[in-house]
Design a protein around this ligand. Structure first.
Ligand SMILES: [Zn+2]
Length: 310
């Protein structure tokens, strides 16, 4: 009987050895994971008509994947609408992130139009400033503004993907780091007027080697002082979008600190050259300071303006 158990034992042992060596005992390979494709460079495009009103529209595309839109411009300018629709179509109708610095008609109009009308377009994330919703307060602070319709339409929208940003917040978008330097807080109401403009998102985008600073429509010297005091280490940038289409009082020191290679003015010729000689326009002054620092100046006369950054 003992012999039988011994033989059975040997057979079991041999079976285990055969099983192990045949490879069947090995861990099964996991299901193939999506390869991680990372962007290593990005293309920034500034779009704007050289006729008509000032407006702001930028797109950023990763060399491997992804689309970010910054503002977008008016909702009733067909050429501009078509530019965005074509760009979005190139990315299979997916916008990874849409940053709207503020909801004046010349910035937020296209977002409201596309998000409301283009059902095929998927907008994954929407970054906005946390500006007041009290229309009386806003109108009292900027009585000269005549078109609030884009902001009102935006407030009526249901946007579960919306992110309200605050100074210091950081996000990852198509492998770029976004850092918010300034955005609406209560002190902006206490110290400035035009709360949509001065409460606009001021933010940095960091690639691997280069960085971009966007200033939306901030225009008050108070915002310039805030940025110099609180964000000095983040100001130096390779590329700059000049606040409020070039008309702002952020200060010469602010521009010397940023000292960009290229400064983008979201403006047509009539504004860049102050054709009407409007006394309070500061475009020429700001442009001169930037040129002194060695910056190349780009605006809508050569639109679309395109650069690749690392
Ligand atoms: Zn504007």
């Amino acid at each position: 009987m003992k012999k039988v158990w011994k033989i059975l034992g040997i057979i079991c042992f041999l079976l285990i050895v055969i099983f192990l060596f045949s490879g069947r005992g090995k861990t099964l390979p996991k299901e193939k994971e999506e390869p991680i494709i990372k962007n290593e460079s990005w293309t920034l495009t500034q779009f704007g008509s050289n006729e008509g009103s000032q407006m702001m529209c930028f797109t950023i595309e990763g060399n491997e994947k992804g689309l970010v839109i910054i503002d977008g411009g008016y909702r009733d300018v067909e050429e501009q609408h078509q530019f965005l629709i074509d760009k979005i179509a190139e990315h299979n109708n997916v916008v990874d992130a849409w940053i709207i610095t503020h909801f004046d008609a010349d910035h937020g109009g296209e977002f409201v139009r596309i998000a409301n009308e283009e059902n095929d377009v998927q907008i994954k994330k929407v970054y906005v400033a946390d500006t007041p919703t009290d229309m009386e307060l806003l109108k009292k602070n900027a009585p000269y503004e005549d078109d609030w319709s884009v902001y009102e339409d935006y407030l009526a929208m249901d946007l579960p993907q919306k992110v309200k940003v605050h100074p210091g917040n950081q996000y990852q978008l198509i492998d770029l780091k976004m850092k918010v330097l300034c955005s609406y807080e209560d002190w902006i109401d206490e110290k400035t007027d035009n709360l949509l403009n001065n409460g606009a998102i001021v933010f940095k985008l960091y690639g691997n080697e280069e960085s971009l600073l966007f200033c939306g429509d901030v225009q008050s010297e108070v915002i310039g002082e805030y940025l110099m005091e609180n964000c000095k280490n983040d100001l130096k940038s390779d590329y700059l979008q000049v606040g409020h289409h070039g008309n702002n009082n952020l200060g010469d020191e602010f521009y010397r600190e940023v000292s960009p290679k290229i400064a983008f003015f979201a403006a047509p010729d009539w504004l860049m050259e102050n054709v009407a000689r409007v006394p309070w326009y500061t475009v020429e002054e700001n442009r001169a300071v930037l040129e002194e620092t060695g910056a190349e100046i780009l605006w809508h006369n050569t639109s679309p303006n395109q650069i690749v950054f690392q």
